[in-house]
Design a protein around this ligand. Sequence first.
Ligand SMILES: Cc1cc2nc3c(=O)[nH]c(=O)nc-3n(C[C@H](O)[C@H](O)[C@H](O)COP(=O)(O)O)c2cc1C
Length: 130
Amino acid sequence: MNILVRYFSRSGNTKMVAEAIAEACGVKAVSVDAPEAWTNDDVDVLFIGGALYAYGIDKHLKNYIENLDGTKVRKAVVFSTSWISKHSVDLIKNGLKARGIDVAEDYFYVKNTPSAGQLEDAKNFAKQFI
Ligand SMILES: Cc1cc2nc3c(=O)[nH]c(=O)nc-3n(C[C@H](O)[C@H](O)[C@H](O)COP(=O)(O)O)c2cc1C
């Protein structure tokens, strides 16, 4: 099973969630602005996350989603952090759907910095998709 964990995080909160999910899946969490974020391989599950900044998602994440080959991603699962609004979840989901990708209804969300318990929750959340 080819599982990818991709994220963009300005101050580390979303990165913490990404790394917990990646650990549960036995893969590496890779920031979308790193060259190795791209692959030509078919992907069974793409975990993808980012935060909300001024009611939008970061341009690096937006660019990554807009350039995904939707025919190569079987399923995407979204995670996000923010102060209060879950709009980032919708923005990420809608961007993925616009690429023709099947997006899991369920998502993982944390307000700001995840606690140790929330990171455990993130791991358990991820395991249901692998
Ligand atoms: C410039 C800026 C704008 C933000 N705008 C919003 C916002 O509109 N709504 C919200 O709920 N949180 C907002 N946040 C909070 C971040 O989404 C939150 O701190 C998030 O966990 C940051 O994730 P990161 O550490 O992965 O970058 C904003 C934070 C910053 C720094």
